[in-house]
Design a protein around this ligand. Structure first.
Ligand SMILES: [Mg+2]
Ligand SMILES: [Zn+2]
Length: 182
């Protein structure tokens, strides 16, 4: 599909505005083993695919917002990150689930080389990743929520007035149920 047409479809008219669940990736969708970037390192948190499917079924947008300073640090490239993101999508599809979009920050203020070594506005707790998502999608912010395992996730959401929940548990589906999201 040509990009412009795709863009038009994604910019839904107001009556198609949807609530979003913004998910941090490492520590929420998958176990945070530190700079996870390949299938052999990837372990779902408990019931994560089912949790995403339930959000899909409720008609909520599922948007992943993830700091990936491993790119700045030279542990993996942006292309490798994108290929890995596609692989995660394939694993979700096995469960009938999908992530609508993933936005990442490849930067770090101190590590690596420019252009990745920089003070950016997208590395959480900055809210730039949220702004990127909001530029692309018609989101009902009032009924949206961020789920993260770090204070940075919470701060980023609160900077845009989005409700934020800290996931410290094990089972993502149980967490969604406890918080009345599914
Ligand atoms: Mg995390
Ligand atoms: Zn950034």
């Amino acid at each position: 599909m040509p990009e412009a047409e795709d863009e038009a479809l994604r910019r839904l008219p107001p009556w198609r505005v949807k609530p979003a669940v913004f998910l941090d990736r490492d520590g929420v969708l998958n176990e945070d083993a530190g700079y996870v970037h390949s299938p052999d390192q990837f372990v779902w948190t408990e019931n994560a695919p089912e949790a995403v499917k339930r959000l899909n079924d409720r008609g909520m947008l599922v948007i992943v917002l993830t700091n990936q300073s491993g790119i700045a640090r030279g542990y993996y490239s942006e292309d490798e990150f994108r290929a890995f993101t596609a692989w995660i999508g394939e694993q979700l599809a096995v469960h009938g689930a999908h992530v609508d979009a993933t936005y990442h920050c490849p930067h770090h203020p101190d590590h690596g080389e420019p252009p990745y070594r920089c003070v950016c506005d997208c590395r959480k707790p900055e809210a730039g990743l949220i702004d990127m998502a909001l530029a692309d999608w018609s989101v009902d912010l009032e009924h949206s929520v961020m789920i993260g395992d770090s204070d940075r996730d919470i701060e980023a959401a609160e900077a845009r007035g989005i409700k934020a929940l800290k996931f410290e548990g094990v089972d993502l589906l149980a967490f969604l149920k406890q918080n009345g999201l599914v």
